[in-house]
Design a protein around this ligand. Structure first.
Ligand code: HEC
Ligand code: HEC
Ligand code: HEC
Ligand code: HEC
Ligand code: HEC
Ligand code: HEC
Ligand code: HEC
Ligand code: HEC
Ligand code: HEC
Length: 361
């Protein structure tokens, strides 16, 4: 009898340790009321404020793991009763409370002040993204893991761009296997300091955004994609002007084509995809947006992204070759001619001086 009691105790004791662990939960006081499911409070406009916080979800969040107190964010609350709730509706409540993030994430907070979202909020658009819209409040996890998560976050409010993106060559690769190389929304737009993408400045800078990856041979070799696209673009009549504009008058609009005028923005397809804006069947329409009078031969007048070779563009190739031989040839000949002439003059002068010297001596 005594033995069996001891055995039972051995099994029970470790189990009893669990509640004492919960006692050490720093948020025990708050959770006494807030872990009861289904409780709500009524806001001024009649909307319900949920009061239930899932203990396990909070504990598993980045903040729960760091043992951050409820009161670190809810700084005006220390026990019950709570200070009077001023918010008229739930969105008001969120806009009032999200500012708590600033205390520990000053850098991100200040970056968001310089964003389209903050500008929209200041302009009275209450739907603009707050920290908590993108990250959550009590269930925050690593925002970039898995990689698909970032773009899904933006999709909450930018659904149509997300749909286009998801079906693009970039989005498809990301959604399929979390491809680490393709751009997510934030690679092109930034994260916290998202600026207006419809400005002349953004348009002029945009080839640089694409170029960051499309110039990277190490990355592009993996996909067998040419990295000449950036250099050839900068060298052609569209790109040269855009790069010059960018350097000299970044605020002025350009009507010259940038990468996304030909390839699309969120819906970029592989160049062999029948839906691609640059596939042979669709290319003329793409050019006609800015060259309304263009006929079927027009696209061939552009050497596209290829450094011209004998097969793809024999005329340009031979003209280039002609210059490649003739110009160095002519210049070389001139240099040779001038130096031979100089040599002749120097030797003549030297010889005549020596002759004169001999006379005097
Ligand atoms: C005795 C139960 C009780 C305890 C303990 C309690 N709360 Fe509350 N809490 C409530 C009730 C009820 C409401 C609904 C609004 C009200 O009555 O003020 C509420 C509302 C809230 C709200 C939303 C409204 C607001 O004012 O922001 C937050 C946040 C909150 N509690 C956090 C906390 C924190 C943090 C603690 C621990 C320091 C805590 N509560 C402890 C019962 C409690
Ligand atoms: C990282 C900051 C942070 C921490 C930590 C935090 N909260 Fe909150 N809480 C918020 C924000 C911000 C809101 C506003 C609602 C929103 O944006 O989802 C909120 C809202 C609430 C609400 C209102 C209901 C709701 O979901 O909107 C309650 C109740 C609440 N918190 C209780 C707690 C309790 C209890 C804890 C501790 C277990 C806690 N909070 C920890 C930031 C935090
Ligand atoms: C009391 C300080 C404190 C407050 C307030 C706070 N955080 Fe944190 N936060 C931390 C700490 C500590 C970490 C974990 C260490 C780290 O990754 O920086 C963290 C981590 C994070 C992460 C994950 C970072 C990563 O790289 O994985 C996000 C996202 C985040 N917090 C967002 C928020 C948001 C949104 C709010 C406001 C609702 C908030 N935090 C309020 C202290 C705080
Ligand atoms: C429009 C959505 C959005 C808003 C608004 C937003 N974030 Fe983020 N945040 C993200 C995304 C997405 C990432 C991950 C970036 C990446 O891919 O590395 C991130 C990353 C973070 C990180 C990890 C460290 C870092 O800088 O990468 C912290 C901490 C953080 N955010 C806090 C905040 C705080 C605090 C606010 C509000 C002041 C806020 N965020 C507003 C989307 C947002
Ligand atoms: C909670 C909703 C919400 C979320 C989440 C959100 N946004 Fe926004 N976003 C808005 C609102 C509202 C505007 C302002 C629209 C306006 O003024 O017309 C806006 C504006 C923008 C703009 C400028 C658009 C324009 O028309 O000039 C860009 C770019 C943008 N968001 C990108 C993002 C990205 C990238 C993410 C994800 C990291 C994101 N947003 C997440 C609501 C959101
Ligand atoms: C490859 C770069 C790239 C990626 C990835 C990208 N964008 Fe954009 N986005 C742009 C460019 C460039 C513009 C400006 C287009 C223009 O001038 O017509 C733009 C414009 C926008 C606008 C404002 C234009 C409008 O029509 O209102 C929003 C909002 C936006 N993007 C959201 C998103 C979201 C959400 C995602 C992810 C699902 C995303 N973007 C992914 C490059 C990108
Ligand atoms: C005037 C229209 C136009 C502009 C501007 C343009 N492209 Fe292209 N791009 C095309 C066409 C047409 C093709 C398909 C035929 C070809 O390969 O030349 C193509 C092909 C591509 C390819 C596929 C290459 C391969 O190896 O399969 C990539 C990547 C690309 N472009 C990126 C860019 C980038 C980045 C920019 C800006 C720096 C840009 N393009 C500017 C029309 C354009
Ligand atoms: C963060 C890196 C990154 C950025 C920024 C980026 N791309 Fe890409 N892009 C890729 C990768 C990686 C692939 C290959 C995806 C695959 O095939 O799975 C790709 C594929 C493409 C393709 C398809 C090429 C083919 O196979 O036919 C085109 C066209 C393209 N990108 C154009 C653009 C344009 C235009 C921009 C700027 C508006 C841009 N990209 C910005 C990484 C990037
Ligand atoms: C976003 C508008 C835009 C798009 C799209 C566009 N172009 Fe252009 N293109 C221009 C502008 C502007 C000029 C400069 C005209 C000038 O300086 O007189 C130009 C100049 C040219 C020239 C130099 C000869 C001339 O007519 O002045 C050629 C060739 C050309 N583009 C071919 C193309 C081809 C081929 C396409 C389609 C693959 C295309 N462009 C798409 C805007 C565009």
């Amino acid at each position: 009898m005594a033995l069996s009691l001891a055995v039972i105790m051995a099994f029970v004791l470790p189990v009893q340790a669990a509640p004492s662990e919960q006692e050490s939960d720093p948020n025990k006081l708050c959770m006494a009321c807030h872990s009861i499911p289904g409780r709500v409070a009524k806001l001024a406009n009649g909307e319900m404020l949920p009061l239930y916080i899932d203990h396990d979800v909070y504990t598993a969040s980045v903040h729960g793991q760091e043992k951050i107190l409820c009161t670190s964010c809810h700084t005006t609350i220390s026990g019950y009763p709570h200070p009077q709730l001023a918010a008229n509706d739930y969105r008001d409540f969120q806009i009032d409370r999200y500012v708590a993030c600033r205390n520990c994430h000053t850098e991100q907070y200040e970056a968001t002040l310089d964003s389209m979202h903050a500008a929209a909020l200041a302009g009275g658009n209450r739907d603009a993204a707050l920290c908590t819209d993108c990250h959550g409040a009590h269930d925050i996890s690593d925002p970039a893991e898995p990689r698909q998560k970032t773009s899904v976050t933006c999709s909450l409010c930018h659904a149509s761009h997300y749909v286009d993106y998801k079906e693009s060559v970039h989005g498809e690769a990301l959604m399929a296997d979390g491809n680490p190389d393709v751009p997510t929304c934030v690679d092109c737009h930034g994260v916290h300091a998202i600026h207006d993408p419809l400005t002349a400045e953004f348009r002029l800078k945009s080839p640089e955004i694409c170029g960051e990856c499309h110039r990277d041979t190490l990355m592009m070799d993996k996909y067998d994609i040419s990295t000449e696209v950036f250099e050839t673009y900068v060298a052609d009549f569209h790109g040269t002007t855009v790069t010059l504009f960018d350097r000299q008058s970044p605020d002025q609009a350009t009507n010259k084509a940038v990468c996304f005028d030909c390839h699309g923005v969120h819906n970029i397809k592989a160049v062999t995809d029948p839906e691609a804006t640059v596939v042979k069947e669709n290319l003329l329409v793409t050019c006609q947006r800015c060259h309304p009078g263009a006929d079927t031969n027009f696209p061939t007048s552009w050497t596209s992204h290829h450094i011209p070779d004998r097969e793809s563009n024999p005329l340009v190739y031979y003209i280039n070759l002609f210059y490649a031989i003739i110009i160095p040839g002519v210049v070389g000949f001139m240099v040779l001619f001038v130096s031979l002439d100089a040599f002749r003059r120097i030797t003549l002068r030297f010889r005549s001086r020596r002759n004169g010297g001999e006379k005097h001596g």
